[in-house]
Design a protein around this ligand. Sequence first.
Ligand SMILES: [Mg+2]
Length: 364
Amino acid sequence: MKITEVKTYDLNYPLAEPFANSRVWCKARTAGVVEIITDAGVTGWGEGLTTPNRQEIDAHIIGRDPLDAAVIWNDLYAQGWGDIAAISAVDIALWDIAGKVRDMPVYRLLGGAFRHRIPAYASGLFMRNRPDNTGALADEARAYADAGFPAVKMKIGHGEDYDVESVAAVREAIGDDLLFAVDANCGYDVGTAIDVGRKIADSDIYWYEEPIEIENVSGYAEIRRALGMRIAGGEMLRGHRAFRNLIQGRGIDIVQPDISVAGGFTECRKVQAMASANGVRVLPHMWGTSIRLAATLHWQATIPDDPESLHPQPSLFEFDMTENALRTELALEPLRAVDGEVEVPQGPGLGIEIDRDLLERYSS
Ligand SMILES: [Mg+2]
């Protein structure tokens, strides 16, 4: 079997209402999608934060055996493809092909699923330009609790006053039973991160995500020691070696590789092994189209419970609740959270069919 053609799609979905994390206002959702076509009539789909460029595809992918995913990964990297996010898209598409060729879901190729339904956390609660942002956050959080999510995550990093007031409002809205994570998107320095952490601690924070720049590994360790709170991060790191210091630095409890940023299935499994050896839990980051959603479900299904006991911490799936037709409509049969759980697709490969009309509509 050989790869005969690769198509790329730069997707852009403009938002009806922009929202902000601590660093940027998001006005559109974007993704790089690749379609890899083979001479066996099997086609694979992958997604990266970026798309590979055409010349590199023609020079290094056409004519290769698609079942050589790990070999192709190393070759692309060695060829100077510094953009691991683009390699991620290729790798996911190759695993999709491998599953379709063997008529089995990707999670089975990876050794089988520890769970077929994954409990999800509602990931949303961004800052928006509204007259009563705190009230709107409380209403949004209450809706997630009512929908049956066992956990929610909100954005902080907008200043101590904003964080303290809105975290208290969201905890009040969801009640005492739901797990509650906060995410500062690397928006603070060490001192502010510790101050904020102390002030929100009485809202029973399950994890504190990316309080500071991810490269500041000793800063993470300082925050973790000062707060005694679970610290999480790593969604923008690319390639397993980029995770090494963070995972070994005793600064995080939960590492969050994104399959479309860190390097696809091939690379994320290496990160997972490193995390396991260092006592760090893996909860993947997910922020993308139906393709990334499906790929993340397959990978997360294969990650063992942590700790491997009768009473593990929950393997929580990041379910993005914000407006994005690329996530809700790109797969002909959408992947949904029902009663706070998401089902792992059971079809061959990634187990999704792509809506080509939607793909063309949002291709730039
Ligand atoms: Mg995050």
